[in-house]
Unconditional design. Structure first.
Length: 131
């Protein structure tokens, strides 16, 4: 619950979700999650908003290379009362560890916004150092 100090009614924000994963002996892992959002706002501000999101990720760890490959799919509907505003993102990536002190990661993604019919592409590169 949030109160802005101006409007007498409260804003209410709720988030619900569930996640799960399964790791297989082969080094493969599947991860999935679903989240629901419900935002109740004062009528003078605008309409209430409810949304849904889901993702599933597949990972494969190759022990002899100390490397993980991953693929992920995200689906987001930020306002389920509006039609055609969903977003879809596909991501592929690789993570490699050097001597347990340095981990390098790279991910590429493609994200389509159905409301604007635009697709954005992204690339993230990270270096993580353990001391």
């Amino acid at each position: 619950v949030w109160h802005d100090g101006v409007i007498p009614e409260d804003y209410r924000f709720y988030r619900y979700g569930a996640t799960g994963n399964k790791i297989f002996d082969s080094g493969a892992e599947i991860i999935a999650a679903y989240f629901r959002s419900e935002d109740t706002v004062p009528t003078s501000v605008g309409p209430d908003v409810q949304g849904d999101s889901f993702y599933v990720e597949l990972e494969q760890y190759l022990k002899n290379l100390d490397t993980t490959f991953l693929a992920r799919y995200d689906w987001i509907d930020p306002n389920d009362s509006r039609k055609g505003d969903t977003r879809h993102t596909q991501t592929i990536g690789i993570v490699h560890t050097y001597e347990r002190h340095l981990r390098l990661a790279a991910e590429g993604s493609s994200s389509t916004d159905n409301a604007t019919n635009k697709t954005n592409y992204g690339l993230v590169v990270e270096a993580m150092v353990n001391f």
